[in-house]
Design a binder for this molecule. Structure first.
Ligand SMILES: [Zn+2]
Ligand SMILES: [Zn+2]
Length: 116
C-alpha cells in the first residue's frame, strides 16, 4: 500500500509500505510481493503467514465479508491477518507469493522450513 498522504503521481520508495506490517519495504530493501491495487506483502510477513497457514495449519474463523488484500477475492481462506491493521491474506496467495519469491532471481529468499 501507499503511505497515507503520499502523492500518487510521485511515489517515493519510502511511500511503499507492506500492507501487513506497514514498513517501507522498498526503502528497507525487504523482498516483497505486490498484489492487486498496490497491496504489498513483505517477505517477513510472508514467513509468518507461511508458518501459520502452511506449517501449523492454523485456521481463524472466517467471515464471508473478508477479502484478501492480495487477490481482493472473498474466499474461504484460511486466512492470515495482520496484527496491526485490517489486512488479511488467503492461503492461496501466501503459497503463490512464496513460490514467486522463491524463484525470483532478484532476491535470495527461500521458502521457510527448507534447507537450501
Ligand atoms: Zn510486512
Ligand atoms: Zn488471496
Amino acid at each position: 500500500m501507499h503511505r497515507q498522504g503520499s502523492d500518487p503521481d510521485n511515489i517515493q520508495p519510502q511511500d511503499i509500505l507492506c500492507d501487513f506490517c506497514e514498513r517501507p519495504t522498498w526503502e528497507m530493501d525487504i523482498p516483497s510481493i505486490e498484489g492487486h491495487h498496490g497491496s504489498v506483502l513483505c517477505a517477513e510477513c510472508l514467513e509468518v503467514a507461511w508458518d501459520s497457514l502452511v506449517v501449523e495449519k492454523q485456521e481463524i474463523p472466517s467471515d464471508p465479508e473478508w477479502t484478501c488484500s492480495m487477490c481482493l477475492e472473498s474466499n474461504d481462506g484460511p486466512w492470515w491477518q495482520s496484527s496491526i491493521r485490517e489486512a488479511r491474506v488467503c492461503r492461496r496467495c501466501v503459497k503463490q507469493s512464496a513460490g514467486v519469491l522463491h524463484k525470483s532471481k532478484d532476491w535470495d529468499w527461500k521458502k521457510p522450513g527448507r534447507e537450501a
